[in-house]
Write a protein that binds this ligand. Structure first.
Ligand code: PLP
Length: 398
């Protein structure tokens, strides 16, 4: 086993990463935990390492993992063991948790709107990269870091969300018209200045990144402001049924080409993948507690780890596990799935195709839910799951 050693003696390897988790050679064994009262989260160790390696070797810059996608300590440590050293964070809790779990990690506070307390605490904890999208936020950063001179400030720009399955527009981001003034002010207080954007999650258009880079280059040329960094954000897609994106490397190559053509190749380049880094490396198993006609009542739902999976038009690879083995989904019919809470909106938007004889005690396995599954659980009504198990060897099927 390869030990990854850090200059200040911090050591992380798979053993350390997975301390405290139950580990299984394959999924069939893992599902011994079907006695569990709660949903069960799986981490596929090799898939996580593979995704990290794809970003580390393929992306033309530094890769920050967006911790919001899945902040489980074991996952963070697995990424560290795979070579990820930089993390995008949005809240003081994410910062404190990362400082505890991975003390040597480089953190980038990329939420454009932060509380004053969060800015001050982040700075005290060693964070130097901050995002902003307004003069007021810039002022807050200046004041709460005590007019620090070692800041790296990233202007969040609003860009087209065409091609994104989950658009993120209308909430954050300055316009290109506003950018010159904001960058000029940032220049006066920061050691380094850059721009960042997010094309929307699960972005199926490579051109979305390319167009954003070109628009930024035109804006900078027009106003004559120089930048030191450019961060192309998250949004990199993974495969879902009926949603097959271009290979990740096509995105990296197109981004590298656009950066080169715009004369940005000497800048510090960043990306912030969440979904594409961890989605395939996780799955969630939920149990059918009751069948009533074509309705199934589950032990997890849209207030839990099926929030993302429950959206309209969102399909996941699903399998059924029964009596110790995975069933092939033949002879299916459509079912309405309900989560366990008392709220009637706790249901999957689309009906799901499952075997006609699906019944109480069966487990449904939602694959590719390593991102925005575990992370989005609430504790509403007392239903949530802390059961996370690791799968060795990358075998998905028994
Ligand atoms: N960076 C920022 C600032 C974000 O808000 C998000 C997601 O909301 C991400 C990165 C990760 O995005 P994705 O999961 O689409 O890669």
């Amino acid at each position: 086993m390869q030990l990854l050693q850090d200059c200040e003696g911090y050591v992380a390897d798979r053993e350390h990463a997975l301390a405290g988790l139950r580990r299984y050679e394959n999924e069939a064994t893992a599902l011994e935990i079907e006695q569990s009262n709660d949903a069960v989260h799986f981490l596929y160790i090799d898939k996580i390492a593979e995704a990290a390696s794809n970003f580390l070797t393929g992306f033309p810059g530094t890769c920050l993992y967006a911790a919001k996608a899945n902040p489980h300590p074991a996952l963070l440590r697995l990424l560290w063991a795979a070579g990820i050293r930089h993390f995008e964070v949005a809240s003081i809790r994410e910062i404190e948790n990362l400082r505890r779990d991975l003390p040597m990690a480089q953190l980038y506070f990329m939420h454009p709107v932060k509380s004053r307390q969060a800015i001050a605490r982040a700075y005290a904890l060693g964070v130097r990269h901050f995002a902003f999208d307004s003069l007021d936020e810039l002022r807050k950063i200046k004041q709460e870091t005590g007019h620090a001179e070692d800041l790296s400030l990233m202007l969040r720009l609003s860009v087209s969300q065409v091609g994104a399955a989950y658009p993120l527009d209308n909430k954050f981001g300055a316009t290109l018209m506003e950018a010159p003034l904001l960058l000029t002010h940032a220049r006066q207080i920061a050691e380094k200045v850059g721009v960042t954007f997010h094309v929307g999650s699960q972005c199926l258009e490579v051109e979305a990144y390319v167009n954003a880079i070109y628009n930024i280059a035109n804006m900078l040329e027009g106003c004559g402001v120089k930048i030191d960094m450019i961060d192309v954000g998250g949004g990199f897609p993974i495969s879902y049924p009926d949603m097959e994106p271009a290979p990740l490397q096509d995105y990296f190559d197109a981004i590298a080409k656009a950066l080169m053509e715009c004369g940005f190749e000497d800048l510090e380049i960043f990306c912030e993948p969440g979904r594409a880094m961890v989605a395939a490396g996780g799955a969630v198993a939920v149990r059918v507690e009751l069948r009533r006609g074509q309705s199934l009542y589950l032990n997890d739902g849209t207030y839990g780890s099926l929030f993302d999976a429950g959206q309209l038009g969102w399909t996941y690879p699903i399998e059924l596990y029964r009596a110790g083995r995975l069933e092939v989904l033949s002879e299916t019919s459509l079912f309405q799935l309900y989560g366990p809470t008392c709220d009637s909106i706790d249901k999957m938007q689309d009906r799901l195709s499952l075997p006609e004889d699906v019944c109480e005690g069966d487990w449904l396995i939602f694959r590719h839910l390593g991102a925005y599954g575990y992370a989005m659980q609430t504790k509403f009504n007392g239903f949530y799951s802390e059961t996370v198990v690791a799968i060795e060897g990358g075998a998905e099927l028994a």
